[in-house]
Design a protein around this ligand. Structure first.
Ligand SMILES: *Cc1c(COP(=O)(O)O)cnc(C)c1O
Length: 419
């Protein structure tokens, strides 16, 4: 970054400090990852200079021939990664996961419509109906949760859907460690005449490699961020069925047409073309055997980490994990989520505090922390290192052993540098 250093040493110093922080800490935040140099080069390319409102071959600005090719390539690769046929369309322009979800709601729903989504306090995302979010303000949200053991209860979800008759059901989560049965969600949605939207933001990379069942055979719409397990730049993809028409619309248009219109001109102006190209690069990476191994290793690592933590006497919600993340229940250790997060950060382990199902504490200082393996797996860590990390976490949480843990963290980070 020679130009930046010369022109703006203040920002250059901050960027370098953040790079150093990432290099020297163990990142267990399950929504974070480390992108390749190729993705970062694309993000920093000349593409950031262009305006390209509209869609390929239908732009409102001149000079978009190259951008058209880039956007079409991103779309083609997105379909290939998830093995989709011609009945699926993809919109690659949503700027991130939340605006992607917003576009779907605006396309398929009218303000006030009933929508069922997983409650934030049980592991759903803000955009699945939280009262502080646009989703909770504009639509009538019917929240569902998990049972006492920490599992989705499909019979209860069905019963609620039959009673409430929502126009759309959202399946997907930010803090749920078990397989989500999209087939069951699909059957419930069909039974009550609702659209099924799957938000696979957290697990997209696992779906891509077959480490989690695919939502595509069951959903009308699938949204995802591109920057979590999929390991791309920040951004989002919206997949939708172009062979299904919008119900109760004034005109008969397909779900895909409605969603494209909702993204632009409904919600956004120009797409971020550098981001679209970087998504295309990440999708090429996601098709490689290396990525397939990576995705499977994420799950193996999480499984080993969960078992090792339990062996140290640390409680995991639902007793384990099927995917890339888990929730630690701190209740019996007598410390709060906030305290655990702060202590671990002091030792160089970065996690986020999180509510656990049926939490009795406040979301600001809840009873749990959420941890995941996408980032450490990208650094090349395997089962052995997961056991090491479990030891460190247990040392910090159970014995407040920060000083020696800090040393161990530094050693582990040095052995697995960020490329
Ligand atoms: C992360 C996430 C989002 C939102 O993504 P942003 O890019 O942070 O807006 C939406 N849904 C789910 C399930 C997520 O995990």
């Amino acid at each position: 970054m020679t130009q930046l250093k010369k022109y703006d040493p203040e920002v250059a110093t901050l960027v370098a400090a953040e790079a150093r922080r990432q290099q020297n800490t163990i990142d267990l935040i399950p929504s974070e990852n480390i992108v390749s140099r190729a993705v970062r080069e694309t993000l920093g390319s000349e593409l950031t200079n262009k305006y390209s409102e509209g869609y390929a071959h239908k732009r409102y600005y001149a000079g978009n021939r190259v951008i058209d090719d880039i956007e079409l390539l991103a779309i083609e690769r997105a379909k290939k990664v998830f093995g989709l046929g011609k009945e699926w369309s993809v919109n690659v322009q949503a700027l991130s996961g939340s605006p992607a979800n917003m576009a779907v709601y605006f396309a398929l729903l009218k303000p006030g419509d009933k929508v069922m989504g997983m409650s934030l306090s049980f592991g759903g995302h803000l955009t699945h109906g939280a009262s502080v979010n646009f989703s909770g303000k504009l639509f009538t949200m019917i929240p569902y949760g998990v049972d006492r053991k920490g599992y989705l209860d499909y019979a209860a979800i069905r019963e609620l859907a039959v009673k409430e008759k929502p126009r759309m059901i959202i399946a997907g989560a930010t803090a749920y460690s078990r397989v989500i049965d999209f087939e069951k969600f699909g059957a419930i949605a069909r039974e009550v005449g609702a659209y099924l939207m799957v938000d696979m933001a957290h697990i997209a990379g696992l779906v891509a490699v077959g480490a989690h069942p695919s939502p595509f055979p069951h959903a009308d719409v699938v949204t995802t961020t591109t920057h979590k397990t999929l390991r791309g730049p920040r951004g989002a993809l919206i997949f939708s069925r172009n062979d299904r028409v919008l119900r109760a619309g004034e005109k008969e248009i397909s779900l895909s047409q409605a969603i494209d219109k909702a993204v632009f001109p409904g919600l956004q102006g120009g797409p971020h073309d550098n981001q679209t190209a970087a998504i295309a690069v990440a999708l090429k990476e996601a098709m490689t055997p290396t990525f397939k191994k990576y995705g499977r290793q994420i799950v193996k690592n999480a499984d080993v980490l969960a078992s090792a933590l339990q062996k140290h006497g640390i409680e995991i919600v639902s007793g384990g994990t099927d995917n890339h993340l888990m929730l630690i229940d701190l209740t019996k250790l007598g410390i709060s989520g906030r305290e655990a997060q702060d202590r671990l950060e002091e030792a160089g382990i970065v996690v986020n505090r999180n509510t656990i199902p049926y939490d009795t504490r406040s979301p600001f200082d809840p009873s749990g922390i959420r941890i995941g393996t996408p980032s450490v797996t990208t650094r090349g860590m395997k089962e052995k290192e997961m056991r090491e990390i479990a030891r460190m976490i247990s040392g910090v949480l159970m014995k407040a052993d920060i000083k020696s843990t800090k040393k161990a963290v530094a050693g582990l980070c040095a052995r697995f540098p960020i490329a």
